[in-house]
Design a binder for this molecule. Structure first.
Ligand SMILES: CC(C)(COP(=O)(O)OP(=O)(O)OC[C@H]1O[C@@H](n2cnc3c(N)ncnc32)[C@H](O)[C@@H]1OP(=O)(O)O)[C@@H](O)C(=O)NCCC(=O)NCCS
Length: 151
């Protein structure tokens, strides 16, 4: 398994994994990005994937925001490949990019997604803001921020 930058030719496979990776999460039907978005992401955003041969088992994506920071948009790992360190490796790769760019980064997460929150905290996303009704009433979200590395 290698962690590598996603290629344009990967976008359909990534979109397919995005459609199934969230099925156990709350409100999962609203999470996957469409193929149009993924076609743009792989060319114009930071997209890394965990690949064995031609098969993709996990993806993390971040893009620059207008607030002079990066948004870590999402990270997901195929169900059968979880718990083996891929999520951590994908996030660490993006963190390395953030450090090279001397930028902070933020993400949003479902307050019930304790696995993901534990992972994010360990990887430096320690500043926390709870936003009620982020999507709709009772659909809250935590915004976590990782400060820029001091040089
Ligand atoms: C969250 C997710 C990306 C983690 O990927 P993963 O490859 O399973 O994670 P890793 O094996 O690298 O584990 C990293 C950390 O996650 C946490 N974690 C992972 N699986 C866990 C489990 N079953 N129970 C508790 N914690 C767990 C641990 O804190 C672990 O820390 P460690 O490296 O110190 O042991 C994966 O579960 C996933 O794709 N979930 C569905 C999509 C999703 O919820 N994405 C995040 C939304 S914001």
């Amino acid at each position: 398994m290698v962690i590598t930058k996603a290629q344009i030719s990967d976008f359909l496979q990534i979109a397919e994994l995005d459609r199934i990776a969230w099925l156990d999460n709350d409100n999962s039907e609203f999470i996957p990005d469409g193929e149009h978005a993924w076609r743009l992401w792989v060319e114009h955003a930071l997209v890394v994937c965990a690949k064995e041969g031609q098969q993709i088992f996990g993806v993390a994506i971040a893009f620059p925001s207008i607030n002079n920071t990066y948004c870590l948009h999402k990270v997901f790992v195929a169900k059968q490949a979880r718990g083996k360190g891929l999520g951590r490796k994908l996030m660490s790769t993006l963190n390395h990019d953030f450090d090279q760019l001397s930028t902070s980064a933020f993400l949003t997460v479902d307050p019930n997604n304790t696995n993901a929150i534990a992972l994010y905290r360990k990887l430096g996303f320690t500043s926390e803001k709870y936003v009620e009704d982020y999507y709709r009433p009772q659909e809250h979200r935590i915004v976590l921020t990782r400060p820029a590395k001091r040089v």
